[in-house]
Design a protein around this ligand. Structure first.
Ligand SMILES: Nc1ncnc2c1ncn2[C@@H]1O[C@H](COP(=O)(O)OP(=O)(O)OP(=O)(O)O)[C@@H](O)[C@H]1O
Ligand SMILES: [Mg+2]
Length: 457
């Protein structure tokens, strides 16, 4: 988008010279010859930068400056003053002007001041964008894994990155790395230098999401005291990541479809058509196709997004990656805690590789964070892993032997079943069973006695 300039100057020849100069540089230029029309143009055009003369026929430029800064605190204003008015220039700076220039000035001097101001403006935008990104980005940036499924995923991401206009749909279970993939696509594409803006469609009620995405004009609703840019405008030239697209309301879905088809949009309460160049990456952990069948998601939008769908494999489909991910997260969390990174014991690694990981890679990260804390600088052992993992192993053990495993076992029940099955497996050899269970023989005997009593009761 071109930067918008507003020139407020009552000297017509000066005004039109400036207008010429900046229009030739490709900027959108609006102008006003007095204070009243200056405010009208200001609200109509929402300039990024205002060149403001101090002496105007109907008002003082300083009071205009204050009103404009009130409406848009981030507005950049360059004040033009006649030479003897140093005092005014100082006052203008105090009221929030970005810079001032003394009349008469060379056009080159003016060009330079404007250029500097616009650079500041873009930097501010960039800082805002980075902050936003920092809040939502998950580290690390690299997609780890060497399993065939992951290798194929990485290849696909590279291919998609190279087609910088194609919308992308990332589907897959929770924690499979959809957001990480979106980051990778953006950063490997020709759009990398522009913004990657993220929004979660389930985090906001419909009207707020619409306001976030498309922005609003001043006065669009009661609280809209200032106009606001939407995320589509903030992401211009870059990428917009729409997380949990399945939660987008049925009124917003057609609006998104129109944008995907290259049409311009309007801010809420606005009439101006805005065209942006944004690549959409949508993500979902829901079955969109099923939702289409139930009338919960628009078929046309689904088919538009589906053109480039990347199905994120679950961790169960890339078990070979588990050891690498485990070690990676041990390193990450050890570093965070200022502890040396240690290995996992072979038994613990066995449990980790056997576990079905319903929460996928995010679950690995969480489990390893906890384990690093519990291990307290020592190698990670079974005892540092959460019970679910051991329980899953027991489940597996019973399944292998064709035994039924009732759901919702208490910890005590689980322990009893496990102990009894181990004793059975060792043909009643209590010494061997105790050894396998990692408890003393006397503890085992005591426990068996208790179970016997319970059975009799
Ligand atoms: N292949 C990978 N290599 C390294 N880290 C990964 C990988 N995949 C995912 N992660 C990490 O796992 C965590 C979860 O990933 P991410 O947030 O991208 O998942 P998601 O699919 O968006 O999940 P959800 O649907 O719950 O939002 C993040 O910390 C991410 O960095
Ligand atoms: Mg996510």
């Amino acid at each position: 988008m071109k930067p918008n300039l507003l020139i407020v100057e009552d000297d017509e020849s000066m005004l039109f010279t400036l207008q010429d100069v900046f229009q030739n540089e490709g900027k959108n230029v609006a102008y006003a010859l007095d204070g009243k029309s200056a405010m009208e143009e200001f609200f109509k055009n929402e300039p990024d930068l205002v060149l403001l003369d101090i002496r105007l026929p109907d008002t003082n430029g300083l009071s205009l400056l204050k009103r404009m800064k009130e409406a848009d605190p981030e507005l950049l204003v360059i004040v033009m003053t006649a030479y003897p008015e140093v005092q005014t220039a100082i006052q203008a700076m105090k009221s929030g002007a970005y810079d001032y220039i003394n009349k008469p000035f060379e056009l080159d001097e003016m060009r330079l001041v404007v250029q500097k101001a616009l650079e500041t403006y873009h930097l501010k935008d960039e800082v805002k964008r980075l902050r936003r990104q920092e809040e939502t980005t998950t580290s690390p940036k690299k997609i780890l894994g060497q399993s065939p499924a992951t290798e194929q995923l990485i290849k696909l991401i590279q291919m998609v990155a190279e087609a910088p206009r194609t919308p992308v749909l990332l589907s897959g279970e929770s924690g499979t790395g959809k957001e990480l993939a979106a980051n990778a696509i953006h950063h490997h594409s020709a759009r990398a230098k522009s913004a990657l803006v993220k929004v979660n469609c389930s985090a906001l009620p419909e009207h707020l999401l619409e306001d976030e995405l498309f922005g609003h004009e001043r006065g669009a609703f009661t609280d809209a005291k200032e106009a606001k840019k939407g995320l589509f405008e903030m992401a211009d030239g870059g990428t917009l990541f729409l997380d949990e697209i399945g939660e987008m309301s049925s009124t917003l879905q057609p609006k998104l479809l129109r944008i995907l088809e290259g049409e311009p949009f309007r801010r809420v309460g606005g009439s101006r058509e805005i065209q942006t160049d944004v690549r959409i990456i949508a993500a979902t952990n829901r079955d969109l196709y099923g939702m289409v069948g139930k009338g919960e998601f628009r078929a046309d939008l689904y088919y538009r997004l589906k053109v480039m769908e990347i199905k994120m494999p679950s961790l169960r489909e890339r078990r070979d990656d588990i050891p690498m991910l485990v070690n990676h997260f041990i390193q990450v969390h050890s570093r965070e805690m200022g502890k040396p990174a240690k290995e996992v014991t072979p038994e613990a690694l066995q449990l980790l590789t056997d576990y079905p990981w319903p929460g996928n890679i995010r679950e690995v990260r969480n489990v390893m964070e906890r384990a690093v804390i519990l291990a307290n600088g020592q190698p990670i052992q079974k005892k540092d892993l959460p019970l679910e993992l051991c329980r899953a192993a027991v489940d597996e053990h019973f399944k292998e032997r064709g035994a039924m495993m009732p759901l919702d076992l208490s910890l005590e029940d689980l322990e009893r079943q496990y102990i009894l099955s181990t004793v059975k497996r060792t043909n009643g050899n209590k010494t061997l069973a105790a050894k396998k269970l990692g408890i003393s023989r006397s503890t085992l005997i005591e426990k068996l006695k208790r179970y016997n009593k319970q059975n009799i009761q």
